[in-house]
Design a protein around this ligand. Sequence first.
Ligand code: SAM
Length: 349
Amino acid sequence: MITNYIKTLQSNTVLTKTFLEELLELADDATNFEILRKTARETALSVFSNKVFIRGLIEITNYCKNDCYYCGIRKSNLNAERYRLTPEIILKCCEEGYGLGFRTFVLQGGEDFVFNDATVTEVIKAIRSKYPDCAITLSIGERPVEVYETWKTAGADRYLLRHETANTGHYSKLHPENLNLDTRKECLYNLKKLGYQVGTGFMVGSPFQTRENIIEDLLFIDELKPQMIGIGPFLPHADTPFKDYSPGSLKETLKLLAILRIRYPKVLIPSTTALSTLDSKGRNEGILSGANVVMPNLSPLDVRSKYLLYDNKIALGTEAAENIASLNKNFAEIGYEISYTRGDYSPNL
Ligand code: SAM
């Protein structure tokens, strides 16, 4: 009975591998899948009403010192046309975003050491002093704890760092040897300790991923207790070693979104760009599975086509910050609307 499994998810019971195995198997059934999604939807509605939080995504650099096998901006991709925004341009993006109603800016990029500790600190301070009412989220990879601390003191509020996979063997199939899961996890725990609102997550359907790996991901999330969880389908990029692998599935992503929402009613969960790229209805289907955040693209128009993590990544239309009115119309079709607040995690909701 799926309802018994839903009750366990909603309780404080520690999740086990066997429980998750059985739940995922039950959720393969079409009727159970719909029951899960409906429960997730009702959970999100009861906490956040019909509101979807927006974050202005500024892709600050596509230079990266890393070589993750799945990623289109990996350093070995010599076909990637590299760019790096100046602090002035980043501030211009914030100005435009503020005018459009955004109250959270997400600075995301490859691990680009031209964006060194001091430069990022200056950018954070400038945004913080100009927009004291806005949340600043960083997503620029692994750094020493001291650096995370400096950035927190400078005014950063949140940090997104997906763990990618919680299985060591699987991690080594997705990344070269110099990257490892322990360091990634250590960064996440450091960020939490420093008081950041922390986001983690993984790609659904990444090459070599097994159901057992997904269970390990869910168990890791249960242990970390992040305030934000980002999952989206893996999508291949033609200039990576994974170019011939199949994309992750819409159904599997929606199923996992629903499970996460039921387990963590108050957590912030985006309906990701990857989901919208995979399926034109993906964004709204994500919301209808319990997601409550979207991250429209606020990067300058001339660089949007260069931050290509996977093939055909969308950055225009309703994915573009400047088209926020059509995004709202799009949400209205399913009975939702944009919330123009900062959308912080709150344990007291
Ligand atoms: N460098 C930072 C980091 O490592 O967290 C942030 C940028 S990184 C490109 C952001 C996320 O993009 C990754 O955490 C990964 O999950 C996702 N991503 C990269 N390549 C992808 C692909 N081919 N399909 C789906 N998601 C991908």
